[in-house]
Design a protein around this ligand. Structure first.
Ligand code: ADP
Length: 735
């Protein structure tokens, strides 16, 4: 474009010259001059045009830059104003020259108030020294930037280089950290509460730490915990905390005397309403307790929140401060939540304490119980045995676990099987007990009573088994002895009854025997008294009378013998006796009255002399021979034999008579015992003879026994010791 413009100018100039029609003589120089002029003109025109263009260009650019700058400045100031931090400029002495609105807000002044004001004046007095030091460092050029968190703000300062027309300045950047600090304190407080709750073992340990945490994190001066009494009727201070402040101590002391019973005062209202409440001006709060103490401690504000367990308020935490303290919403939320968490902790701690107490009780019972207690697994292995059990079985814990207990379980199962009961582990549910015999470590045998109880876990599944082990040896032995005694008593009673019965039978038999004999004696003697009898008749009647009298005599003799035997007065006159001799005498005595039986003898002619009472031995033999005859009513043979049997003479009386029923054989030697069946029952007798015979044989140191079969006869055998010298001689002979 500048070139087009220059060409147009040049073209116009050339047109004028052409129109003037210049003379030829001058024509060339003029032409040259014109050309040169034209060229100069053209050059000027070109240059001018270029200049013109350039200046227009520059102006446009300046305009554009100005606009840019304006926009940028607007943007910058909008940015400065919109920044979260407050920004400003100050001179090197810290006097503010420019401030953003945000900075004014953070510092709590108007921009006008801040214009020219020194940084040290507008920030809290406690920060002054730090700011003065910082400005000094910036001034001296020791540092180019400085930053620190002061009491309420974070301050960042940059030394800016001096501009052409001015002094160096300081860029001031201020961030409000109050809100952030509050949030941090709250979250620290929450973390602190949790930490105390997690680590504490009980409320006594936790509560002072919690009160301290609330005060330190949230800026309260003192705190106290009001606990509800057992009847849930009143609140009293149970724990308190303050930072070793004696004036505050006076307030807390006064608080300990207060009993809150109704919804009045800060604490009472929180208790009844169950929500957080604050008292921003204690001076104006008429029902605050203890108000006078609070005011004299210089307290201004208070806050209380409920401690909630399962929806019920169980206590109230009260926090008081000297400075005005208006709790923000976050603080209220944090404290309300803390109240719930503390409540849960109290419940957990109480449950844990109750558990610990119950655990301690059970441990004491387990350890000190006089009964042996074993805790065993579901598989039957011994987990733990108490001292009583170890002492009872005389084992150490390890031997008990490894050997004695498994052995006990085996014995239990064997005993259970014998008694048709379930094995130990299978029969736990019925709770029955069993007595078993077990040896102690010292080798003593005990009777143990085992009773098992299955202990379920929280889900009801059997977790382990408790076994009570009682030493019932003494009890068992006593009851065994008692049973034996009872049995003996029962036997004695039966015997007594039998004896009684036998005695009355004996009495009737004896009376009958006496009467029969006496009737005979009476009848025959009457006949003789009346006279008129032939001498043979008199002799015969005399014989009958003699026999009856003899019967009575024998009967009385037997009864006297029995009496002597029972009172231990029966005596022996020992001497040398030839058994074969008395056997023959017994036969000859029996023969006259025994007409139906045949007597035989089978005697060892070399039978040595025995030592004994001859009369008594004749009594024995006569008795046996008489019985053999008497119980052979149909006749038969009665054989008497003798032979040596070791150091004894063995004598046998064998008949072929009635025989003795099998079940009576063992009893015929008992007093008054008579066979009451078959033909034997009709044969008269007293049941005394064999009793006396047995006694006499035994007094000689011998034995008597019988072999018999009904219908085949009986064999009575008895032994009498050989006289010592004959026994020795016999021995010599055998040798
Ligand atoms: P008793 O006076 O009744 O004969 P004993 O004591 O002599 O009393 O005998 C007891 C019982 O033994 C008799 O009642 C009788 O039943 C039985 N007895 C004794 N000897 C014989 C025998 N040789 N044969 C069969 N029974 C006999």
């Amino acid at each position: 474009m500048p070139f087009a413009f220059a060409a147009a100018v040049l073209a116009a100039i050339l047109g004028v010259i052409d129109a003037a029609a210049v003379q030829p003589a001058f024509a060339f120089p003029l032409f040259v001059g014109l050309v040169v002029f034209g060229a100069v003109l053209a050059g000027v025109a070109v240059a001018t045009s270029e200049l013109f263009r350039q200046s227009r260009l520059t102006a446009a650019e300046a305009q554009a830059r100005l606009q840019d700058l304006t926009v940028q400045e607007r943007r910058l100031s909008a940015t400065v104003e919109a920044a979260e931090v407050g920004l400003g400029l100050a001179d090197l002495d810290g006097n503010l020259t420019q401030v953003s609105t945000r900075l004014a807000t953070i510092l709590g002044r108007t921009r006008e108030e801040l214009a020219g004001a020194g940084l040290e004046e507008v920030l809290p007095s406690e920060d002054r020294a730090a700011i003065a030091d910082a400005l000094q460092l910036l001034r001296d050029g020791d540092v180019a930037t400085w930053q620190a968190e002061l009491s309420r703000v974070a301050l960042f300062m940059v030394r800016l280089p001096a501009t052409a027309g001015g002094d160096p300045a300081v860029l001031v950047q201020v961030a409000d950290i109050v809100a952030r600090r509050r949030i941090e304190s709250l979250s620290d407080c929450v973390a602190g509460v949790r930490q105390v709750i997690v680590n504490a073992t009980g409320i006594e340990q936790a509560m002072p730490q919690l009160l301290r945490g609330f005060c330190e994190y949230l800026g309260w001066s003192a705190g106290q915990y009001w606990a509800l009494d057992a009847e849930r009727k009143s609140l009293r201070v149970r724990y308190s905390w303050n930072a070793a402040d004696t004036v505050m101590e006076g307030f807390l002391h006064a608080g300990r005397g207060v009993v809150v019973t109704a919804a009045t005062g800060l604490v009472g209202r929180v208790w009844q309403a169950g929500v957080v409440a604050a008292e921003e001006d204690l001076e104006r709060s008429a029902d605050y307790e203890p108000r006078t103490a609070a005011l004299s401690a210089g307290l201004r504000s208070g806050l209380a929140f409920p401690v909630v367990v399962g929806g019920d308020v169980t206590g109230v935490v009260e926090l008081v401060a000297r400075q005005p303290h208006t709790p923000a919403d976050e603080e209220v939320t944090v404290l309300a939540t803390a109240g719930v968490e503390i409540g849960q902790f109290i419940r957990r701690a109480e449950t844990a304490q109750a558990l610990r107490r119950s655990e301690a009780d059970h441990r004491a019972i387990f350890e000190r119980s006089p009964i042996g207690i074993a805790r065993i697994s579901n598989g039957g292995e011994l987990v733990e045995a108490n001292a009583s059990l170890l002492h009872m079985l005389d084992h150490d814990a390890e031997t008990m676990r490894a050997h004695a207990w498994p052995e006990l379980m085996r014995t239990y199962d064997q005993t259970a099987a014998r008694e048709h009961k379930a094995p130990f582990l299978a029969g736990l549910s019925d709770g029955s007990s069993l007595q078993i015999r077990a040896a102690t470590g010292a080798g003593n045998w005990l009777w143990l009573q085992l009773t098992a109880t299955s202990i379920p876990d929280s889900r009801g599944t059997p977790e382990h088994v408790l076994v009570m082990v009682e030493d019932v040896t003494a009890l068992r032995e006593t009851s065994d002895r008692l049973a034996e005694a009872l049995e003996a008593q029962r036997d004695a009673n039966t015997n007594l009854e039998k004896l009684d019965q036998t005695k009355s039978e004996f009495l009737s038999i004896v009376s009958h025997e006496f009467r029969t004999a006496l009737t005979g004696i009476q009848g025959f003697s009457e006949l003789i008294r009346d006279g008129g009898l032939e001498p043979d008749e008199v002799r015969a009647y005399g014989g009958y009378i003699f026999n009856d009298a003899d019967r009575v005599n024998r009967l009385i003799g037997d009864m006297l013998d029995l009496d002597r035997m029972e009172s231990g007065r029966m005596t022996m006159r020992a001497g040398d006796v030839d058994i074969n001799d008395i056997v023959m005498e017994a036969i000859s005595r029996a023969v006259p009255s025994a007409v139906t039986v045949e007597f035989k003898s089978d005697l060892d002619p070399r039978l040595p002399i025995v030592s004994g009472d001859r009369d008594r031995l004749i009594q024995v033999l006569s008795n046996l021979v008489n019985n053999a005859v008497k119980y052979s009513p149909d006749g038969g043979t009665v054989t008497l034999s003798s032979r040596v049997e070791g150091r004894f003479a063995l004598i046998s009386v064998t008949d072929t008579g009635l025989g003795i029923p099998q079940d009576e054989i063992g009893h015929v030697f008992e007093r008054f015992r008579r066979v009451r069946s078959g033909a034997a029952q009709s044969i008269p007798g007293t049941g005394l003879g064999l009793t006396i015979v047995k006694q006499i044989v035994e007094m000689h140191g011998g034995k008597i026994w019988v072999e018999s079969a009904v219908g085949h006869g009986s064999s009575f055998h008895f032994t009498v010791p050989l006289a010592p010298e004959s026994a020795n001689a016999l021995q010599l002979r055998h040798a």
